[in-house]
Write a protein that binds this ligand. Sequence first.
Ligand code: FAD
Length: 357
Amino acid sequence: MKVVIVGAGPAGLITALNLTKKGIKPLVLEKNRELKSTACAEGCSLIWLNKVPFDSKPYIAKKVSGAKIIFSGGAVDHIPRACAVLDRTRWLNGIAREVELNGGEVRLNSAVVAVDKDHLRLKNGNHLAYTTLIDASGPNSIAAKYLGIKYQYITASQYRLAANTSNMNELEFYLDKKFSYGYAWIFPKNGVINVGLGGDFALLDDFLRYRGLDSYPIIDRGVGIIPASGIQQLVEANIALIGDAASMPNPLSMGGLAPIICASRILVENINNLANYQREIKRHPIANPILLEAARNLVKLTEPDIAHIGRFLSEIKPGTGRSPSLNRIAKYPRLVLKLNQLKTLYQAGRIAVDYGW
Ligand SMILES: Cc1cc2nc3c(=O)[nH]c(=O)nc-3n(C[C@H](O)[C@H](O)[C@H](O)COP(=O)(O)OP(=O)(O)OC[C@H]3O[C@@H](n4cnc5c(N)ncnc54)[C@H](O)[C@@H]3O)c2cc1C
């Protein structure tokens, strides 16, 4: 069995590592001359990170105790779920080394330019035969193109800023329509913060001014696209898609790492029966259509709606459950009209917390 993986990002490398643990030695083809992270806030829940069969600890820049949601209007909600903010480039290089120690191969400078049913064409003109192809080539997936699968995307912009992070113990998510149709984030690393949002740099600059971060030294800036269509087709004959190539990021939280870790295990368990991989993922919470519905609802909410949701959540006594019901939101008339949307957001939010952000 010759398993070839296109792309040495998290999806390709984690899948390669899981395959080596099963005794399969894959070949990973990466177009770049070195392994490096794409634009990413680098956050991943610890529960999922610990499921990668690799010691990720040396690559964690900072551990935080959970996430803090800051709503327009100022209300704050806390989600106690331990997370890591990674040094993602070093982490990827560490996993690649482990893949090679276990007998796999990671070949750099090897762009795949065309996919066919049993072979690939590389940029250098060579052809490469495969029995199973795993496409992990990210949002501009080469196999999705070959199979005619199309996604919608959102654009996300991010700065890395030098900052003192010693007092920061949570990921911060800002739900505020002034800055983003989705959310803005501040993730602390070691002496660095990743600050970004769904939207462009003009909005991000406004957000920096609002948060008083506009004088912090910029280390670098990055922009990326995130497939936001939810999970669709994953398999065709001997080709399987994973990660951004399969539009796996959670449509509500836009987190892509936890769904990759989760899906990679299922893919490797079913490597000899790819149809089963697709079947299992389709009935898994990471593919629940409610996530897409909730993401669309979030975009439709107005700034006053968000302010009211924040107040509603901040007034709930801890331990009494948080689901929205007519009784509980009766004192927020504008939310009563949106009860169904809120229920969807609540259910999807729970999935997003359990399966990463
Ligand atoms: C600004 C931003 C912030 C984000 N923050 C977070 C976060 O905090 N937490 C989280 O969980 N998710 C986050 N995400 C999403 C997350 O980064 C992605 O879901 C994740 O990187 C997807 O991994 P992947 O391996 O599928 O694709 P990628 O990371 O895109 O890797 C694909 C790899 O394939 C290679 N490649 C592409 N085409 C070819 C080809 N033709 N031949 C050979 N190689 C090829 C690329 O060079 C790359 O190395 C963020 C995304 C953005 C844009």
